[in-house]
Structures are given as C-alpha cells and as structure tokens.
Design a protein around this ligand. Structure first.
Ligand code: SF4
Ligand code: SF4
Length: 176
C-alpha cells in the first residue's frame, strides 16, 4: 500500500515539532545548569554601575553627612559667656509640643521674683522631631541638633534629663 503525500507531510511536521520541543527542553536545562539568568542579571548591573565605585556608606567608620535642616537630638543651650542656662522656664516648648513629652520643672526665686529652672525632661522615644518646641522657644535655648545617634538599650534611656540635654550630643568616634 502506498502512503499518500499528505500523510508524509503531516508525519514530517510532527517530527519537526517533537525535535523543537526536545531542543527547548535541552536549552532550558543548559540555561539552568550554567546559571544563565544570574549572569544576565550581573551583566545588566555592571552595564549601569562601575564596580570600582563604592556606594555603600562606611558607617560607623565614616559618619554620613546629614542635611543642613535635619532635626535630631535635642540640646539645651547655655550662655557662652556666663555658662548659665538660656532657659527661662517659660514652658512654651512644653505647650507647643503635640506629644506632651517635655516637662519643665521650676521654682520662683524670692529675691529676683524670676523663675529658675530645676528639671527638664525630654522623652526622645515619643518625639517626632517636628521642631515646634524649638520654634516656640523665645531664647534659642532648646535646639534640635544634627546628631542622629540616639539609640538606647532601655525605654528609660530614651528619656533625657536636664544634665544630658545641657551636655549636648557626644557622637561616638569609631576606629578599626
Ligand atoms: S520636636 Fe515636636 S514632638 Fe518633639 S518635642 Fe518638639 S514639639 Fe514635641
Ligand atoms: S521654650 Fe525655651 S526657654 Fe521656655 S522652657 Fe522651653 S527651653 Fe526653656
């Protein structure tokens, strides 16, 4: 019995499709074996980034530059000439704070009839560094500095007292 040309054509077509399938499977296997996607990704990365350039900040060996208007750790400023506090215990910073985290303690001096600052607490864990307290201060005593290292191991450590606020930030210097 003679096979018709139509049947021969269909058989050949099916053989070609099967070969193509096998080739595809082989390609996928080789591409996984030699991590083709990984090398493609690396190539893409190095096309846009010179490997000689270091983009990672080397903190804490190198301290990052913070923006000029950055608001960080609070400080109570002193009069540079007399060494006395600039705080007049007006309580405006505490009133301006939306978080109510500043507590100003004072007593009135009987002789001068002026308020005298006794305690000052500032809970840095609740502060959102909005700067409203700093803006409200009439004597530029309260300042939000550019220091950003305020981590502590306890919740109590986040509550800064007058002494710590007057001492100001003491950034750690790390060396290898
Ligand atoms: S920066 Fe804002 S949230 Fe923080 S103490 Fe000042 S007013 Fe309150
Ligand atoms: S606003 Fe300034 S002067 Fe008044 S209590 Fe606060 S820090 Fe002191």
């Amino acid at each position: 019995m003679r096979t018709s040309p139509a049947v021969i054509c269909v058989t050949r077509a099916l053989t070609i499709v099967r070969c193509a399938d096998r080739l595809g499977v082989m390609n996928a296997f080789l591409s996984r074996l030699f991590l083709a996607d990984f090398w493609k990704g690396l190539l893409l990365t190095f096309r846009t980034q010179n490997p000689k350039n270091v983009y990672t900040e080397q903190y804490p060996q190198e301290r990052p530059m913070v923006a000029e208007r950055y608001r960080g750790a609070p400080r109570l400023n002193m009069n540079p000439e007399t060494g006395e506090t600039l705080c007049i215990s007006c309580n405006l910073c505490a009133l301006a704070c939306p978080e109510n985290l500043i507590v100003v303690g004072w007593h009135r001096d009987d002789a001068t009839r002026r308020k005298v600052l006794t305690t000052f607490t500032y809970d840095t864990s609740r502060c959102m560094f909005c700067g409203l307290c700093e803006d409200a201060c009439p004597t530029d005593c309260l300042e939000l500095t550019q220091d950003f290292e305020m981590a502590s191991y306890t919740r109590e450590g986040a509550i800064w007292d007058r002494h710590r606020l007057e001492e100001g930030p003491t950034p750690a210097r790390y060396t290898r």
